[in-house]
Design a protein around this ligand. Structure first.
Ligand SMILES: [Zn+2]
Length: 600
C-alpha cells in the first residue's frame, strides 16, 4: 500500500516536471497584408528528446474536409530559450521537426497568410481579423492536454472578442485548459461591436463585425429567446459564457458551431425584411443547437479529434441533420416562428426528397462517411449521386420523431432521445455510434427500429411520408394538376444549367451542366424568365435551347414530360383518433384546432 503510494507520488512528480509551459503570441502589424505573425513556445521540455515536432491541423471542426492549412505558413524559424537558432525540417506536409538537442525550450515563429474569405478558418484585412485556431496555431501532439496561454497584440485600436477566458488582469491574454479547447474558441480581432447580455442566467455576447441594417436590440431579444428555449429543452447551459460572432458582409454566409461560441456570416441588408431576418434567426438557432448536438454529444469518429487526417464517422446525419430538424422546432418553442409556417413547408420537403436522384444511390450513413471527399467538395454530380446528410438527416429525424411518438402512444419523442444522448454521451467520453443512437430510439419507442435504420440509414429505401404523417392525423396527397418537367435548374446573370437531374428530359436531350443559355425558342432569356416560362408549359411541348458549350454554339430540343414526382398537399384528416390528435398536438405544438400550446 505504502509502496504504491510512493510510486504514485513519484509518477505524478515526474509528470509535473515534464509538463511544459506553453505560450502562444499572435500579432498583426500590417493587417492589409493578410499576414498573421505567430509565436509558439514550449518551455520545460525533457532534455533527453533530441527532436520536437510541431504540427498544424489539416482540417477544422465543423467542416469535414481537408484544408491543409500548412499551405499558408511561411517564414518558419525555431530557437532555443536563449534565442539561438535551432535547425528544423519538414517531415510531412504539416509537420515541422525541430532539432532541439538538449535544449529544454523550443520557440517557433512563423507567419500565416490569412485570406480565406467565408471559410471560417482565417481571414484578415484592414477591417479586422477572424481566426479559427486550427488554421493558425501549431501544436505538439504529446502536449495537447497541457494548459496554455495566448497573448494577442491587436493592430491599432482593435480589440479581441473570443470564448476564451481572460488571464487575470489582462485584456489581451487568454488561458485555455487544453490545445483542443483553445482552437475551438475562434477570435475576432478588430473594431467589432460587442453587445453583452444575460440569457438563461449566464453572460452572452453578440459580436458584430461589419455593417448592415442590424437592429441590435431586436437581435439580442430574439437570441435571448433562443437561449432560454434551449435551456428549457436541455435542462442547463453547458458553458459559463457564450459568444455569438457575426460577420456582416456580402461575402459572408453560413455558420460554424464551437464549444462556447459560434461563428456566423450573413448579408448586410437582410435584418429588416421578415423573410431574410427569419433566415438569420434560423442560422442562429441551428448553430446554437449544435452547442449540445455535436459539441457535447459527439460521434465516436471525432472523439477525440485527430487533426492530422480525415476523421471518419457515419453519424453526421445526426450531428447535422437532426440539428437541421430542430432548427425550426427550437424557433417555434422560442416563439420566433409558427407551427403553421412549419407545416406549410412539409409538401416541399416530400417533393424535394423524392425528386433528388442521389437519395436512391447513396445511403445517409455513406453520405456522412464520405463527407470528406464528396459533400464538402461541392461536386456537380452531387444532386444525382449523393444523399445530403443535412437534408436527408433532417428527414430521417422527422420520421424517427413521429415513429417514436406513434409506437410509444405519444409518451415519448425524439426530444427524449436527444436528452438521453446528452446525459449518456458526455463530450469527453468516447462518443456515440449509429447503433448507440438507435438503441436509445428503441428504448423510447418501446420496440426495435433496426429495420428502419437498415432501410433508411444504411440503405436507400424510399421514405414513406404518407405513412408517418398519418400518425399525426395529417394526410399527404399528390396535387391534382400535372406539372411539366424540364429537369435542370437555370441560374446566374448569364444563365447556366445547374443541377441537371439524371433521367430528366433535359438530361436525355443532351444538355450538360455549365451550358450557357443563349436563347429559348430563339429569344434571349434571363434565368428567372426561363424558370417561369417552363412552369407555364405542359407535357409534350418542345423547347429549343441554344447554348454556348466551350467555344461552340449548340442547339438542343427538349420535349417536356409530366413530372413523375408530383407536388403534394398536406392536410388534416377529418376524423382523427385520439392518439393521432394527441401526436399532432404535441408534435406541432398547437391544438388540433390551431392554437399555440407548449409542445413536449
Ligand atoms: Zn450545422
Amino acid at each position: 500500500m505504502m509502496k504504491k503510494f510512493l510510486l504514485l507520488l513519484f509518477v505524478s512528480a515526474t509528470a509535473l516536471a515534464q509538463t511544459p509551459t506553453v505560450k502562444y503570441k499572435l500579432g498583426m502589424p500590417q493587417p492589409w497584408t493578410h499576414l498573421l505573425e505567430v509565436e509558439v513556445s514550449y518551455a520545460g521540455l525533457p532534455r533527453s528528446a533530441e527532436t520536437f515536432d510541431l504540427l498544424l491541423p489539416v482540417w477544422r471542426s465543423g467542416r469535414y474536409v481537408i484544408f491543409d492549412f500548412a499551405g499558408d505558413v511561411q517564414e518558419f524559424s525555431s530557437q532555443n530559450g536563449s534565442g539561438s537558432a535551432l535547425a528544423w525540417e519538414k517531415t510531412d506536409k504539416t509537420t515541422w521537426r525541430v532539432q532541439k538537442g538538449s535544449s529544454t525550450t523550443v520557440v517557433a515563429n512563423y507567419k500565416v497568410y490569412a485570406n480565406e474569405i467565408n471559410q471560417r478558418t482565417k481571414e484578415m484585412d484592414d477591417q479586422g481579423a477572424f481566426v479559427d485556431g486550427s488554421a493558425v496555431f501549431m501544436y505538439a501532439d504529446k502536449y495537447r492536454n497541457v494548459p496554455l496561454t495566448l497573448e494577442v497584440k491587436p493592430y491599432g485600436d482593435w480589440h479581441v472578442t473570443t470564448g476564451l477566458e481572460n488571464a487575470k488582469g489582462s485584456k489581451n491574454t487568454f488561458t485555455s485548459p487544453t490545445y483542443d479547447y483553445f482552437i475551438d474558441c475562434p477570435l475576432f480581432v478588430g473594431n467589432q461591436l460587442d453587445i453583452n447580455f444575460d440569457a438563461g442566467g449566464k453572460p452572452h455576447v453578440l459580436s458584430i463585425m461589419g455593417e448592415g441594417n442590424c437592429d441590435t436590440g431586436k437581435m439580442v431579444r430574439d437570441i435571448t429567446k433562443l437561449v432560454e428555449a434551449n435551456k428549457k429543452f436541455w435542462g442547463s447551459l453547458p458553458y459559463e459564457r457564450y459568444v455569438f460572432m457575426l460577420q456582416v458582409s456580402s461575402q459572408h454566409g453560413g455558420g460554424t458551431e464551437h464549444i462556447n461560441s459560434t461563428a456566423m456570416g450573413t448579408r448586410p441588408w437582410g435584418f429588416v425584411n421578415p423573410n431574410s431576418y427569419n433566415g438569420f434567426l434560423g442560422l442562429v438557432s441551428h448553430e446554437y443547437f449544435h452547442t449540445w448536438n455535436v459539441k457535447q454529444i459527439r460521434p465516436k469518429g471525432i472523439s477525440p479529434y485527430d487533426w492530422t487526417k480525415e476523421n471518419y464517422t457515419k453519424e453526421l446525419w445526426v450531428a447535422e441533420g437532426t440539428t437541421s430538424y430542430y432548427t425550426s422546432r427550437m424557433m417555434i418553442r422560442a416563439g420566433l416562428s409558427t407551427s403553421s409556417r412549419y407545416i406549410d413547408q412539409l409538401p416541399g420537403q416530400i417533393q424535394g426528397d423524392r425528386q433528388k436522384p442521389g437519395n436512391s444511390i447513396q445511403s445517409t450513413a455513406e453520405s456522412s462517411f464520405d463527407a470528406w471527399i464528396k459533400y464538402w467538395k461541392g461536386k456537380e454530380q452531387s444532386y444525382n449521386a449523393e444523399a445530403d446528410y443535412y437534408d436527408r438527416g433532417s428527414d430521417l429525424s422527422l420520421f424517427l420523431d413521429l415513429e417514436i411518438r406513434h409506437r410509444s402512444k405519444n409518451k415519448a419523442s425524439l426530444d427524449e432521445v436527444m436528452k438521453a444522448m446528452y446525459n449518456r454521451f458526455p463530450w469527453n467520453g468516447s462518443g456515440y455510434t449509429v447503433d448507440d443512437f438507435r438503441k436509445i430510439c428503441d428504448e423510447f419507442a418501446g420496440s426495435s427500429l433496426k429495420q428502419f435504420f437498415d432501410d433508411h440509414v444504411y440503405g436507400t429505401k424510399p421514405l414513406e411520408w404518407e405513412k408517418v404523417f398519418l400518425y399525426s392525423g395529417l394526410e399527404a396527397k399528390p396535387r391534382d394538376e400535372q406539372r411539366a418537367w424540364f429537369g435542370a435548374a437555370v441560374r446566374g446573370d448569364q444563365p447556366r444549367i445547374r443541377n441537371l437531374a439524371a433521367g430528366s428530359p433535359a438530361y436525355h436531350a443532351g444538355l450538360d451542366i455549365g451550358d450557357e443559355i443563349i436563347a429559348m425558342n430563339g429569344y434571349r432569356i434571363s434565368a428567372n424568365d426561363f424558370t417561369t416560362r417552363i412552369g407555364e408549359m405542359k407535357a409534350g411541348d418542345v423547347v429549343k435551347i441554344t447554348v454556348m458549350r466551350s467555344d461552340k454554339l449548340r442547339e438542343f430540343s427538349v420535349t417536356l414530360v409530366n413530372n413523375p414526382v408530383p407536388g403534394y398537399t398536406v392536410t388534416k384528416i377529418s376524423d382523427p383518433s385520439s392518439l393521432q390528435k394527441a401526436i399532432y398536438e404535441s408534435w406541432t405544438m398547437t391544438t388540433w384546432d390551431g392554437e399555440k400550446r407548449n409542445g413536449r
